[in-house]
Design a protein around this ligand. Structure first.
Ligand code: NAD
Length: 369
């Protein structure tokens, strides 16, 4: 199969981790007889520096002509004081809106060998397998009015949490569809005791649930959900929530897996052009130091293979390689817990070797086969 992939590396550790993901895809292509073509586009701070805008038209065109999009991360202190239309994050928000990437799927799975890397007790996180479904094109990040002003001599700031009912319906429906192929339970997270938008969200969830009688629906207030994620994460299967709640809860959930550097995501559109990215940011504090964990991005590529290209066995090969490399004890600094750690490039190299069948674990298995 031939597939064309737009690669938007972005800022900070973005270039290092997307480079790793491209290398992994090349090995997958060689092993399974596919041809992946990569087309680089500018986004975020890198795009501001080179073109004066965080999402150049050319980048959007590259994305539209591709079969899938791989994104690194955007942002950094260099652009933090820019006006909002010239902030790196604005480029990413515009991309999500323009391509209608409304459903952000964030699977949280704990790798057996990393149980001790999490600050949460191993018995609590054992067998955790949940999916956060975050609404991505509405809510506080996009609502208007938005901005700062002086009113009667008083400095004010406003953000608006706005949703059309249809936007809530499509994301909740997506969560129910996903739950049907999992443990058939949806937890809808809101703040219905305070927010009008959450009361509508709850109503929508109730209505949508009638179309899925085989799936159990429960409602949970977001503050309780934040606590329950740590107290008893195994109670969750699919968690569906609005944009900002999903953003915060998924960073929290990443600590179940040991590090933000472990969590992949897929952002799905109605058109079929989907975007894949790690959930973490550009980590400027470790950019260029060889300390970035590339696994979240590599697992995002596995999601791309499965969800955009229907390449299930190729996706499994990538996931198995990650698992085997972790089982063999290889760790980047964020998951090393005082043990000896390897660099970003070394981790990429180990994962590639496992996929190619030339890695240490594959070689040992071949001896005993
Ligand atoms: P961050 O996710 O970049 O980093 C938080 C902490 O986690 C840092 O200590 C970082 O070193 C660590 N970390 C993150 N990814 C890692 C990885 N792969 N391996 C090892 N350690 C990792 O969040 P932040 O520091 O709050 O934000 C930095 C910049 O990223 C900001 O400009 C922010 O706006 C931006 N951001 C971008 C995105 C995105 O592009 N999707 C998401 C979140 C934040």
């Amino acid at each position: 199969m031939n597939k064309s992939i737009a690669v938007l590396a972005g800022d900070g550790i973005g270039p290092e981790i997307t480079r790793g993901a491209i290398e992994v895809l090349k090995v997958v292509g060689e092993r399974y007889g596919h041809k992946f073509e990569f087309h680089q586009g500018l986004i975020g701070g890198a795009a501001i520096d080179q073109t004066g805008t965080p999402l150049p038209e050319e980048t959007l065109n590259i994305c539209k002509k591709s079969d899938a999009i791989l994104l690194g991360a955007v942002g950094g202190p260099k652009w933090d004081k820019n006006q909002s239309h010239l902030r790196p994050e604005t480029g990413l928000l515009q991309l999500r809106k323009k391509l209608e990437l409304y459903a952000n799927l964030r699977p949280v799975q704990v790798f057996k060998s990393l149980r001790d890397a999490s600050p949460i007790r191993a018995d609590l996180i054992q067998d955790v397998d949940l999916m956060i479904v975050r609404e991505l094109t509405g809510g506080l990040y996009f609502g208007t009015p938005k901005g700062r002003s002086i009113q009667n001599g008083v400095e004010t700031a406003v953000d608006t949490l706005f949703y059309e009912k249809s936007e809530m319906e499509r994301i909740v429906k997506k969560a129910f569809e996903l739950a049907q192929s999992r443990s058939k339970k949806v937890t809808s997270v809101d703040k219905a005791n305070v927010l009008e938008s959450s009361r509508m969200w709850r109503e929508v969830a109730e209505n949508v649930s009638k179309e899925f009688p085989d799936v159990k629906l429960e409602h949970m207030l977001v503050d309780n959900a934040a606590m329950q994620l740590i107290r008893d994460p195994k109670q969750f299967d699919v968690v569906v929530t609005e944009n900002m709640f999903g953003d915060i809860l998924s960073d929290e959930a990443s600590m179940l897996t040991g590090s933000l550097g472990m969590l992949p995501s897929a952002s799905l559109s109605m058109s079929g052009l989907h975007l894949y990215e790690p959930i973490h940011g550009s980590a400027p504090d470790i950019a260029g130091a060889g300390k970035a964990n590339p696994i979240a991005t590599i697992l995002s590529v596995a999601m791309m293979l499965r969800m955009s290209f229907n390449m299930d066995k190729e996706a499994e090969a990538v996931e198995r390689a990650v698992n085997d490399v972790l089982d063999a004890g290889f760790r980047t600094a964020d998951i090393a817990d005082g043990e000896k750690c390897i660099t970003t490039n070394e981790m990429i190299h180990e994962i590639k070797a496992e996929i190619a069948g030339t890695g240490m674990i594959s070689s040992i298995m071949a001896i005993y086969a």
